[in-house]
Design a protein around this ligand. Structure first.
Ligand code: URA
Length: 458
C-alpha cells in the first residue's frame, strides 16, 4: 500500500477502505509517513469529506493508535459509566459543577479534560488554579479514586489517542482544524479510548465556539452521535449557546470561585436570574448524565434530585472530596451567611489590579462577544497562544451585567482582574469591542434576556 495512492483516491472523491485508513493512521503515528503527505490527505478530507463508514474507521484507527483506558475494574452494579465532553467555550466551567453533582447522586465518573488553547479555556487549567491539585495522577490511581469516591478529574493522558495528538498539531498549522468530519473523529477517538460505556456531548455554538452557526453545530452533533451509533456506544449531544460567555466569570481561578459559589447556592440563589444560563446548562447536562448512567429515567425528576444535591451541600462536599483526593489544599472558614464552617480550596487568585469597565452609553446590553472576551483573556495571560505558554491563573473578568440587562452610562459592566498593566492595555481594545449597548424597547430587552441557552438535543 502507498500513501501516494491514498491521497490520490481521496483527492478524487473516492471512498477509502478500512485498511487504507489504518495504514495512514498507524504509519503517521509511528513516524513512517511524513507530515507533508499527512497534511495533503487531511486537506483532501477537509475538502471532499468522508462517508459515515470512513469516519467510524478513522475514529477507531485513532482510538486504537495507543493505549485504551480499561474501566472494567469499576464495579458498575447495573449502572453505566458516562463520559461528558464539551466542544469548548469561554467561561465554560460546566464540568467542574456537573461532576460533583452527579457523583454525589451515585453516578461514577472517570473524566479526562483538556487544557485551554486560543480562546477556549480548559478544565485542567481551571483545576490547577487550586494550590496542590494534581491533574496528572497515574491512570491506575485515577481508577482507584473512582472506586473510592466515585469521581476523578484529570488531564488528557499523553498515552491516549496519540494519533489524534499528532494529527491535531498538524491540522493547527495547515488550516484543517475547521472540518466537521475531522473534529468529530478527533473528539470521538479520545472519548472511545477513554473507556466509558456512553458519551454525552455538549456541542457549543456561537462566536466563542468552534461552531458559529446552529446549522453547523447540529451537523457536528449528528456526525458524532452517528459515529457513536455505528461504534455501538450510546451517544447524545446537547447543543448549547456560546454567544456570550457562560455564567458570570471568565478566567481560571475566578471560574473555580464561581463553581464554589454555585455549589453553595440555596433554594433562592440557585433559581435567581443571575445564574440562569449556567444553571440551565448544568441541570440539563447533569440530568442526561444521570439518565444515561441508568440512575434515573425521568429528566424532570432528575432535575429535582440535582437541586437537592446542591441545596443539601452534598454536591459541594463531593467537590471538596475530589479536590482533597487529588492533593488540592483546603482551608476551613466560618461562613456567617450559612452559620457553619466549610472546607474551601486554596486558590492561586492573587492579582495586583482591578479595573471596572463602565458602560459608555445608556441602553440595553445587546451582546457580549465571547470570542473577543476569550481573546482579551489571552492578552491578560489567562489563556494560551501556544501549547507551551504558561498561564496566569488569577486574571480574568467578572460580569456584573449580562445580555438583556439595562444599563445607565457609567454603570459597571464587568471588572477586569489583572497583574500587568501592559497586558491590560492590549486586552482593553478587545473588551471594549466585545460589548455592544443599544437603546431597544422593553420587549426586545426581555427577548434578549430570555434567549434560550439549550438549543437542541440530539
Ligand atoms: N476538539 C478536539 O478535541 N478536536 C478537534 O478537532 C477540535 C476540538
Amino acid at each position: 500500500m502507498r500513501m501516494y495512492d491514498i491521497i490520490e483516491k481521496k483527492r478524487d472523491k473516492k471512498e477509502l477502505t478500512k485498511e487504507e485508513i489504518e495504514f495512514f493512521v498507524q504509519g503517521y503515528s509511528k513516524g513512517d509517513i511524513p507530515d507533508y503527505q499527512a497534511s495533503a490527505l487531511l486537506m483532501a478530507i477537509f475538502l471532499n469529506k468522508m462517508t459515515s463508514e470512513e469516519l467510524v474507521n478513522l475514529t477507531f484507527a485513532m482510538a486504537n493508535s495507543s493505549k485504551r483506558l480499561d474501566l472494567s475494574q469499576i464495579n458498575r452494579e447495573g449502572k453505566y459509566i458516562v463520559d461528558k465532553h464539551s466542544t469548548g467555550g469561554v467561561g465554560d466551567k460546566v464540568t467542574l459543577i456537573v461532576l460533583p453533582i452527579v457523583a454525589s447522586l451515585g453516578v461514577d465518573v472517570c473524566k479526562m479534560s483538556g487544557r485551554g488553547l486560543g480562546i477556549t479555556g480548559g478544565t485542567a487549567d481551571k483545576l490547577e488554579s487550586i494550590v496542590g491539585y494534581d491533574v496528572d495522577i497515574p491512570l491506575e490511581r485515577a481508577i482507584n479514586q473512582v472506586k473510592d469516591i466515585g469521581v476523578c478529574l484529570i488531564s488528557q493522558s499523553k498515552d491516549i489517542a496519540i494519533a489524534d495528538k499528532k494529527m491535531y498539531a498538524l491540522r493547527d498549522t495547515t488550516a484543517t482544524v475547521e472540518s466537521i468530519d475531522l473534529i468529530a473523529s478527533s473528539i470521538m477517538s479520545k472519548k472511545i479510548a477513554s473507556g466509558a460505556d456512553k458519551i454525552l456531548l455538549d456541542v457549543t455554538v456561537g462566536s466563542g465556539a468552534f461552531m458559529k452557526t446552529l446549522e453547523d453545530a447540529k451537523k457536528l452533533a449528528s456526525t458524532m452521535v452517528n459515529i457513536g451509533k455505528l461504534a455501538n456506544i450510546e451517544t447524545r449531544a446537547i447543543i448549547t449557546s456560546m454567544s456570550e460567555p457562560l455564567g458570570r466569570s471568565v478566567g481560571n481561578a475566578l471560574e473555580v470561585k464561581e463553581v464554589i459559589s454555585f455549589l453553595l447556592s440555596d433554594d433562592e440563589t440557585l433559581f435567581s436570574d443571575s445564574l440562569k444560563d449556567l444553571r440551565e446548562v448544568v441541570f440539563m447536562i447533569s440530568a442526561y448524565m444521570i439518565k444515561m448512567a441508568g440512575c434515573g429515567d425521568d429528566i424532570e425528576e432528575n432535575k429535582i434530585k440535582i437541586k437537592e444535591a446542591i441545596t443539601s451541600k452534598a454536591a459541594y462536599d463531593k467537590f471538596i472530596e475530589l479536590v482533597k483526593a487529588q492533593g488540592g489544599h483546603i482551608y476551613n472558614v466560618y461562613m456567617d451567611w450559612i452559620g457553619m464552617s466549610l472546607d474551601m480550596p486554596v486558590l492561586k487568585d492573587k492579582a495586583k489590579y482591578l479595573k471596572e469597565i463602565k458602560a459608555q452609553s445608556t441602553g440595553t446590553v445587546v451582546s457580549i462577544d465571547s470570542k473577543k472576551i476569550g481573546e482579551a483573556l489571552v492578552c491578560l495571560g489567562g489563556g494560551r497562544n501556544k501549547t507551551d505558554d504558561i498561564i496566569d491563573p488569577a486574571v480574568g473578568f467578572e460580569f456584573i451585567k449580562k445580555v438583556g440587562d439595562k444599563v445607565n452610562e457609567g454603570d459597571t459592566i464587568l471588572t477586569c482582574i489583572y497583574n500587568d498593566k501592559e497586558k491590560f492595555a492590549q486586552a482593553f481594545d478587545y473588551i471594549e469591542d466585545a460589548i455592544y449597548i443599544n437603546k431597544v424597547n422593553d420587549e426586545i430587552s426581555k427577548g434578549l434576556k430570555e434567549k434560550p441557552i439549550i438549543l437542541d438535543i440530539i
